[in-house]
Design a protein around this ligand. Structure first.
Ligand code: ADP
Length: 367
C-alpha cells in the first residue's frame, strides 16, 4: 500500500540518528514511556475511542481498496434484501477492525453484538447469543483465532445454514436437535490469520487485510480526532503527530490525547510543533514512532546477539517481553520500517537499525 516506506526513513535516519535522546531536557514520563505501542485499549481509553470512531463508511479514513469492496458487498446485500455475507478482517491491533464491524452494522441499520474468541467458553454462551440475533444483525467476534474447537464446530452450521445443532441428552438416548436461526452476519477479526483453521476461514464470504495506513491518511485521522475533541492544532503539529503514530489510528488517537493533556497544562491548550515535540519526548517516542520497547528490542539484538539471527523466544527472554507482544506489536512495525528482518534462522537487526541507534554498522551488514 505504501509507495516506498523505506525511502524517507533512511534519509532521516542518516541525518539524525537519535535526536530524541539528546533533545530530552524534559523529565520523562516513566509510566507512559514504552507503552505507546500497546495493543490493548484500557477501559477509559475504550470510552475515549468510541467517541472518535467513524460511524459510516465515508467517514472511515484510508484503506480505499477495502472500502470499495465493502461498498460493493453492502450494496449487493441491500439489492438482494439479504444480510451482508460473513466478513473476516485481519490486521495488526488498532488498525480499525472493530470500527469497520460497527460501520457495516450502521450501514445496514443493524444491531451489532460484540464478543471475542476467549470470552466464548461454552456452547451455551454462543447458542444464547446466536438465538437472540435478529434478521440482518451483526455478531462481531474479536480474536476469532482463539475460539475453542467445540465452539468452532457449533459455528459452522450457524454460518452456513443459519442453524444450531444441539445435542440433547447423554449416551445412547442422545439426539441432535436442529434449531433455526435468523439470517445474520458474522464479522470475525484476527491478528493471526495463520492460526485460523481452514474450515472456519472458508466459511467467510470475504476476507480483508487491513494494512498500516498511508502517512496522509494518518494525518487526516489526527486532524479529524482533534476536531472532534475541540483541540486547536497547528497543521505542522498534526503532521508531526501523524509521523510518530506507527501508521496506526489507535496510536494516533492515543498520542493526540496525551499531547492534548500536555498542551492543556503547559500551553493553554494549543498543540503547536514545540508543544507536540516536548510531549512526545516526555513519552519517549522517537522521530519514527518507536517507543522504549522497540528500541530496547533493537539494542538487545545488536548488543547481546551481534545483530542476530536469534529466535523469538530467546529475544523475548532477553528483553523480558512476552513473545506474543513482540510478535504482534513490535515486530510488524520494526519490519515495516526496515529495521528488523524475520529470517528462517531468526530475527535480525538491519543496517538501518544500527544507524537508527547511532551504532557503527558491522562490515558484514554493509551489502
Ligand atoms: P482494532 O479493532 O483493529 O484493534 P479499532 O477499530 O478499535 O482497531 O480502532 C482503534 C481506534 O482507531 C478507533 O477508536 C477509531 O477511532 C480509530 N480508527 C481506526 N480506523 C480508523 C479509520 N480508518 N479512520 C478513522 N479512525 C479510525
Amino acid at each position: 500500500m505504501m509507495d516506498d516506506p523505506l525511502g524517507p526513513f533512511f534519509i532521516l535516519a542518516e541525518q539524525d540518528p537519535l535526536p530524541h535522546n539528546e533533545a530530552s531536557m524534559i523529565e520523562r514520563d516513566e509510566e507512559a514511556a514504552g507503552i505507546v505501542a500497546d495493543p490493548g485499549a484500557t477501559a477509559p481509553e475504550r470510552e475515549f475511542e468510541v467517541g472518535l470512531r467513524p460511524q459510516r463508511l465515508d467517514e472511515f479514513v484510508g484503506q480505499s481498496g477495502i472500502k470499495e469492496n465493502l461498498g460493493v458487498l453492502l450494496d449487493a446485500a441491500k439489492g438482494r434484501g439479504e444480510p451482508v455475507e460473513h466478513v473476516l478482517l485481519y490486521g495488526n491491533p488498532g488498525l480499525g477492525k472493530t470500527t469497520l464491524a460497527h460501520v457495516i452494522g450502521n450501514e445496514r441499520g443493524a444491531q451489532v453484538r460484540v464478543t471475542s474468541g476467549p470470552a466464548l467458553e461454552r456452547v451455551g454462551d454462543l447458542a444464547a447469543i446466536l438465538s437472540n440475533l435478529g434478521k440482518g444483525d451483526v455478531l462481531f467476534i474479536d480474536e476469532i483465532h482463539r475460539l475453542n474447537k467445540t465452539i468452532e464446530e457449533v459455528l459452522y452450521p450457524a454460518m452456513e445454514d443459519y442453524a444450531l445443532d444441539l445435542v440433547v441428552g447423554k449416551g445412547p438416548t442422545a439426539r441432535t436437535l436442529r434449531l433455526g436461526l435468523e439470517k445474520f452476519t458474522i464479522i470475525g477479526a484476527t491478528t493471526r490469520l495463520s492460526l485460523l483453521s481452514s474450515p472456519l476461514r472458508d466459511r467467510f464470504g470475504a476476507t480483508f487485510h487491513l494494512n498500516f495506513y498511508e502517512p496522509g491518511d494518518i494525518e487526516r485521522i489526527v486532524a479529524r480526532s482533534a476536531k472532534l475533541l475541540n483541540v486547536e492544532t497547528d497543521a505542522e503539529a498534526v503532521s508531526l503527530l501523524a509521523a510518530r503514530s506507527r501508521q496506526t489510528p489507535r496510536v494516533a488517537n492515543r498520542l493526540l490525547k496525551r499531547v492534548r493533556d500536555f498542551a492543556q497544562v503547559k500551553a493553554e491548550g494549543r498543540i503547536s510543533v514545540p508543544v507536540a515535540e516536548a510531549a512526545l519526548t516526555m513519552l519517549d517516542v522517537d522521530q519514527h514512532g518507536l517507543d522504549r520497547v522497540d528500541r530496547h528490542v533493537l539494542m538487545t539484538l545488536i548488543e547481546k546477539f551481534r545483530g542476530g539471527p536469534v529466535g523469538l523466544s530467546t529475544l523475548a527472554a532477553a528483553t523480558q517481553e512476552e513473545m506474543e507482544t513482540l510478535e504482534e506489536i513490535h515486530e510488524p512495525y520494526l519490519i515495516q520500517l526496515g529495521l528488523m528482518e524475520r529470517t528462517p534462522r531468526g530475527r535480525m537487526a538491519t543496517e538501518g537499525a544500527y544507524r537508527h541507534l547511532g551504532r557503527p554498522v558491522p562490515e558484514q551488514r554493509l551489502v
